[in-house]
Write a protein that binds this ligand. Sequence first.
Ligand SMILES: Cc1cc2nc3c(=O)[nH]c(=O)nc-3n(C[C@H](O)[C@H](O)[C@H](O)COP(=O)(O)OP(=O)(O)OC[C@H]3O[C@@H](n4cnc5c(N)ncnc54)[C@H](O)[C@@H]3O)c2cc1C
Ligand code: SF4
Ligand code: SF4
Length: 827
Amino acid sequence: MEETGTVEAAIPRQRDHRRRLVVVGNGMAGIRAVEELLERGGAEQFDITVFGDEPYGNYNRILLSHVLSGEETEEGIFLNSLSWYEENSIDLRAGVRVDRVDRFAKVVHDADGGQTPYDTLLLATGSTPFFPSMDGLHLDGVFTFRTLDDARSLLASARTHRRAVVIGGGLLGLEAAHGLATHGLQVDLVHSPQHLMNQQLGPEAGRVLRRKIEELGIRVHTGVRTRALLGTDRVSGVELPDGTVLEADFVVIAAGIRPNVDVALRSGLAVERGVVVDDRLRTSHPDVYAVGECVQHRGQTYGLVAPLWDQAGVLADHLTGTRPDAQYHGTRTSTKLKVAGVDVVAMGLPGPERDDDEFVVFSEPHRGVYLNVVVRDGRLVGATLLGDVRKTAFLTQAFDQALPLPEERMSLLFDLGAPDEATSVAELSDDVQVCNCNGVTKGKIVDAVAGGCTSLTAVMGKTKAAKGCGSCKSLVEQITEWAAGGELTVDESVNWYVPGVPLAKPELMAAIRERGLKSVSAVFRELAPGGVEDAKSKMGLTSLLRMMWPEGIEEERDGRYINDRVHANIQRDGTFSVVPQMKGGVTTPEQLRKIADVADKYDVGMVKVTGGQRIDLLGVAKEDLPKVWKDLGMPSGYAYGKSFRTVKTCVGSDFCRFGLDDSTQLGIDLETRYQGIETPAKLKLGVVGCPRNCAEAYVKDIGVVAVGAGKWEVYVGGAAGATVRKGDLLATVGSAQEVLTLTGRFIQFYREWGNWLERTYEFVPRLGIERVRNVLVDDSDGLAAGLDERVQATVDNYRDPWLEGAEPVTTGQFRPALPLGMPVVRS
Ligand SMILES: Cc1cc2nc3c(=O)[nH]c(=O)nc-3n(C[C@H](O)[C@H](O)[C@H](O)COP(=O)(O)OP(=O)(O)OC[C@H]3O[C@@H](n4cnc5c(N)ncnc54)[C@H](O)[C@@H]3O)c2cc1C
Ligand code: SF4
Ligand code: SF4
C-alpha cells in the first residue's frame, strides 16, 4: 500500500488481520449492507467503521411519515440500537460527516478533521431533497421532509401553527400533507403535474387518489407550479402563477429527491445522475463500492427501499466471497405503499403504451377503488391497485416472473375461479420481497414458520414483516398460513386483557368475580401462569378491579400510574399540574381569587386555561400537592387519569341568542354525576346548546347537542387529538334526564367491554355503532338495566381523591419527586 508521509503519521496502525471496511452513510442501505455482511460471517473478515452525519443510530426512514402523523414514536422507528453496533464491534461515528475520500492514500477525511484509513469503502449517502427554483426558499418556516430532525421540526410547527402548504404531490408530499392534516392543520397541496403520484399512477388512478386525499380535508391543486414563497423573514404564503396566494404559516418542500453525490464528486469518482456502479456495485474506483439511493446502475436511479435490499445482498455475497460471481441486474420496482391511509400497489406501466397492449380497468371512484392491468404479448407489464389490494400476491408474482396469464384477463383483478390466493402464494418464489419496509422475503417467512413460528404475530415478531406501513399484512398472513399447511395458530395473547394473565376481558372478569379477587397481587397469584407478577399488567388490572368492585378494592400503590397515585398530572420536569374542579367550565369570582392566591403562594410556574376550559396550575412540587389542595379548598378536577375527565360546555340558552337548550346546566349535571369514574382510557365530554357546536361536542368521546324542542342528540366515539374523528350518533333523546341515563349506560358499557387503553374512537368503530345502539338503546341483549345499576353503584361510591392530601395513603405518597428527563433518542 502506497501512502504519503503526512498521511501515514496520522493514521492508526491496522489493528488485526481483518480488512478495514468504512461505510459512509448510516442509513437504510449502508446498514442493510453491513447486516447482510455480518450474516455471511463478515465480522471475521472486516473491521467495520460507519460514518453517519445524523447524530443517531439507524432508523427506518419510511416510518418518519408515521412519526409525523403521530402513529409511531421516535423510539419505535429505530432499526438498530447503539448496543447493536457495540455487540458487533462496529465503530459508529454518529453525527460525523465525511468530507472527502483520498482514493490514493485510501483515507476518509471527516468534518471533525479525522482521517480514517480503509481497505474497502462503501458509499451509501442516500439522497437530498430537490428544491424547485423559486424565490423565498431561504425564508424561515420552509422545511423539507427527509430526516428525523425534519420530522421533529414539522411536528413542532404543526403544534403551534394552523396553515401549511406542501409543495409536491408524490409519495413524500402526500405523506407530509396527511401527517399535518392529522394534527388539524389546514393543508394545501400543490403539485405541478396534472395528477397525484404521477411517477407511479396513471391519470385516472391519480384522480381516484385525489378524491380520497380531498376527503381528508386536504386542498389539492394539480397542474400548478409555485411561483414564489412570500414573506420577509418568515414565510407567509405561496404564490401561484395566476397571482393566487395560498396563505401559509409554514411550507414543506417535497418536490423530489436527488442522489447525494457530494462525497463521490469531491473524491473524483465517476458521477452522472448518481454515483455510477457496475453489476457488482463497484464505482469507477476498484476499492470503492456504493449502494442505495446515491447510486446509478445501468442508467437507473431508485427512490424506494426494495432495490437497496437487493443491492445489499449482492454486495455482501461479493465482498465476503460467499458468491463471488453475484451480480445485481437492477430491480423491477413494484411499489407497495400506504399513502395517507390508502393502499396503493403499482408495478411496471401505469397504462398502455402500444396499440396492441391489452388494458383491463375497473374504477369505482366513489369507494376509492381503482384497478388496472396492462398485458403485452401475454405477459403482465403493468398493474395498479388502489384501495383494494387483495390481488397483490398473484400480480407481483406474474409481474416479477413473467408467468403465463389466465385467458380471462378480468380474473387478474377479481377471483373468477382463477388462481386463488393459496395457489398464488405457493407459486411465489422464495426471494420475492413481501414486506418492503423491512426487506422481508417470502423465504424468510417460510423459514420463520419452519423454525417454529406458527402464528402471524410470532412470524411478524421474528421477521419484522408487516411491522412497517402494514400494507403487506394480508400477504404475510397468507404466506404464513400456507407455510404452516393451514395449521395457523391464532396468537391468543392478542385477545388478552393484559399481557400477564392469559384471559380475555369477559373470562378474566368472570374468574375475578367467581373467586372474589380484590387486589392485583391476588389476581396474579390465582390467574397468572405460575403466579408470576407482570409489571405491565398492573395498571390495567387496577382499573378493572376498581370498575368491578365500586365499593372498594385492596389498593396496592404500585398498581397505579404516578398520576393516579398522587392525583395530579406529572410534567416533563417532574413537577405536577393541579386543575381544580370547575363543573361544566363554570367558575366564580371567589374561586378565581382563591386560585390566584394559591398560584402566588406556591409560586407556580404557569397559570393556563386548558383545552377543556379549566384552569391549570403548572409546576407544583410533589410535596406541595396536599397543601395546594387544602388552600384551594376545591375538589379534584380530573385532568390526569384514565377516567372521566371534564365536560366542556357552551353558554347555551342561558346567554346565547342561538341556544336551543341549557347546555351549561346539563354539562354540570353530567360532570357531577360521573366525576372521577375510571374508564379504559381517558374520557372527554362536550355539551352544546345548538348544532353550531361551539364547544366541539361532535369530536368528544361523548358529545351532546341540543336540537330544539327539548331534544338532545348523543354522539359517541369522537376524537380531536392525534386522531380526529366525528362521533357517531347514538340516539336522539327527549330530555336531559335521558341524556344522563344513556351517557351512564354507555360509560359502563365501555368500562366493561373496552380494552385497556382503548379510546372510544377505537372502541365504537370496533363494535360498530349499530351494535352499540342495539345494546344500549334497543336493549337487544337485555343488558341495559344491569349497566344502569352498576354505573349507579360506582356513582354512589365516589370519593374525592384529593381528600388523601389530608390523610396520605402511604408515607411516601407526597415525598419529593425526582426530576424526569424527556425521553431522548440516543446518539
Ligand atoms: C418520509 C419518507 C417516506 C418514505 N416512504 C417510503 C415507502 O413507503 N416505501 C419505500 O420503498 N421507500 C420510502 N422512502 C424512501 C426510503 O426511505 C429510501 O429509499 C431509503 O431510505 C434509501 O436508503 P439510503 O441508505 O440509500 O439513504 P438514507 O436512508 O437516506 O441514508 C443515507 C444516510 O447517509 C448519511 N450521509 C449522507 N452523506 C453523508 C456524509 N457525507 N457523511 C456521513 N453521512 C452521510 C445521511 O445523513 C443519511 O443518514 C421514504 C422516504 C422518506 C424520507
Ligand atoms: S410492505 Fe410495508 S412497506 Fe410495508 S408493512 Fe411491509 S412493512 Fe411495509
Ligand atoms: S353551540 Fe349554539 S348555543 Fe352554544 S354557544 Fe354556540 S351558537 Fe350558542
